[in-house]
Design a protein around this ligand. Structure first.
Ligand SMILES: Nc1ncnc2c1ncn2[C@@H]1O[C@H](COP(=O)(O)OP(=O)(O)OP(=O)(O)O)[C@@H](O)[C@H]1O
Ligand SMILES: [Mg+2]
Length: 503
């Protein structure tokens, strides 16, 4: 008889059911795994053999074949250990075939029979639930499977615990949901930033409409400080967004304590990041930073220091909201709808425009430095602002600006207006509005239209630039609680596109 255990293989965030077939036949003793296993799956043999012998079980001297079907799909990862071990145990009559018939099984084995955590439990549990099955997964990931719904979950920490459960001598209880701490996260407050009123205003607009933001200014003017205050200004993820974001983090094996991700991700990769690290790819086509920031913020500090080809690889996902990584035999797609925030100095020395501090190469050094950013990338920033140095007088004043809480209230109100407006369009923010939806949402008065048309001609705005100005103006009007977009809103939005114009 052949024992069969169901598990899954991953293609991005999608799961593909894999049938693990275990057969013990008479013949010369052998143990082989077939069905396109990668190195980690092939090594499962050694881990499984040791885990069984740690329980005092030796593999029978037979010809053991493990087939992973479908045979033409590449199997990657260490989560095949547990299904292989359970298939062997069923063939050895330690557990019943029917015990494991209604489960999807994932888990890595230690040599001592312990079951260690693996990535991707949440999408696997969702797949299991769709197939009307339960899931057997490591104890470390048990809480993660809870978010997939009402399915049966067995989350043992050791192989012996699972065998005892099937024998009825020690019942495994359903994992508990992780405790959500009731105290608010200690995020830095906007009030700490002295001066920089216009930069704070731009940050508020960016947060309200989900717009991409680029800050340029001399060293130590507070750009990184401003960006760090953005997560505190953003609303929590809704249920659908939370699940989508959590699935990506689950696949990358980075989910903290199995909890659902409720706060918006804020990812700030270092500027030495490689292409696979930022957009995804590499050995097992892991999601990149842009996907880990899905529904949140991707913050690129010191933007021109990033490799040029890496930055340009962001252009397409920024428009489409997803990233496709090509492999030899398949394309893997990850969602990547992010708000891009970036900070940069205006030149290499950092003090371009300051006659006392700028270097002798000004303005050439500024032109060279800014030329590292391609025009199309710059075009994707809806809001581009200068963050000038703060004066000693401003620094000397006590902190008196608005707190994050006050500004956040206005942002939440503007977001509410947007989600009501777009409720039939399947989007939530002005930044996502496009084509006819945007045209209908941003109705201009005569003055506003004339100004936008004049400015488009004079500033040589691209069609994308035109629409981005319109979106930002819509957000400014939303923050002001106005139904129509007026000339003043357009004027302010145009003021935020001066960098692309300057080049
Ligand atoms: N507006 C400000 N109000 C209060 N403190 C500030 C302000 N700007 C800068 N600082 C102080 O300067 C430090 C550095 O600020 P920050 O890292 O944000 O600068 P930056 O603009 O990102 O500089 P760089 O271009 O070198 O990265 C902060 O930790 C803070 O102590
Ligand atoms: Mg900085």
């Amino acid at each position: 008889m052949t024992a069969r255990v169901m598990t899954v293989a991953f293609a991005g965030i999608d799961t593909i059911p894999v049938d693990v077939q275990v057969q013990m036949a008479s013949g010369l003793p052998a143990f082989s795994v077939v069905g396109l296993p990668d190195k980690a799956v092939s090594e499962a043999r050694e881990r499984v053999r040791s885990a069984l012998s740690a329980m005092g079980l030796a593999l029978p001297p037979k010809r053991i074949t493990i087939n992973l079907a479908p045979a033409d799909l590449l199997k990657e990862g260490s989560h095949f250990d547990l299904p292989i071990a359970l298939g062997l145990l069923a063939e050895m009559d330690v557990i019943g075939h029917e015990d494991i018939a209604n489960f999807v099984v994932l888990g890595e084995l230690g040599l001592d029979g312990s079951i260690t955590g693996v990535g991707g439990i949440l999408p696997a549990a969702m797949q299991a639930s769709g197939l009307d099955r339960g899931i057997i997964c490591p104890a470390d990931n048990g809480a993660e499977a809870l978010w997939a719904g009402d399915l049966e979950i067995l989350a043992p920490s050791r192989l012996t615990g699972l065998i005892n459960h099937f024998k009825g001598t020690q019942i495994l209880s359903r994992p508990c949901a992780p405790k959500v701490s009731s105290s608010p996260l200690s995020l830095p407050d906007l009030r700490d930033i002295k001066g920089q009123e216009s930069a704070k205003r731009a940050l508020e607009i960016a947060a309200a409409g989900g717009h991409n933001l680029l800050m340029s200014g001399p060293p130590g003017s507070g750009k990184s400080m401003l960006a760090a205050r953005l997560p505190g200004l953003l609303p929590e993820l809704n249920a659908r967004q939370a699940l989508e974001t959590t699935v990506i983090h689950s696949v990358s094996g980075m989910l903290p304590e199995g909890g659902l991700i409720r706060t918006r991700p804020f990812r700030q990769p270092h500027h030495s990041a490689s292409m696979p690290a930022l957009v995804g790819g590499g050995h097992r086509v892991r999601p990149g930073e842009i996907s880990l920031a899905h529904h949140g913020v991707l913050f690129l500090d010191e933007l021109p220091e990033f490799q040029r080809n890496v930055l340009d690889a962001l252009r397409q996902p920024l428009e489409t909201g997803q990233v496709s990584v090509a492999r030899a035999n398949a394309h893997v797609t990850y969602p990547a709808r992010v708000q891009l925030v970036a900070a940069m100095n205006p030149c290499r020395c950092g003090y371009l425009g300051d006659n006392d501090l700028s270097c002798t190469r000004a303005p050439r050094c500024g032109e060279d430095y800014q030329a590292r950013l391609s025009g199309p990338l710059l075009d994707r920033f809806d809001i581009q602002i200068d963050v000038p140095a703060v004066t000693p007088e401003e620094l000397d004043l006590p902190a008196s600006g608005e707190t994050t809480q006050v500004v956040r209230k206005r942002i939440l109100a503007a977001r509410e207006t947007q989600s009501l407006r777009y409720k039939n369009d399947n989007i939530l923010t002005n930044a996502e509005a496009d084509g006819e939806v945007l045209q209908k949402a941003a109705v201009l008065d005569e003055d506003g239209r004339a100004l936008l048309q004049d400015a488009t001609r004079q500033m040589k705005l691209s069609a994308r630039g035109y629409h981005r100005v319109l979106r930002v103006a819509r957000t400014i009007a939303d923050l002001a609680g106005m139904d129509n977009v007026k000339r003043g809103h357009i004027a302010e939005a145009l003021g935020y596109r001066h960098m692309a114009y300057r080049r």
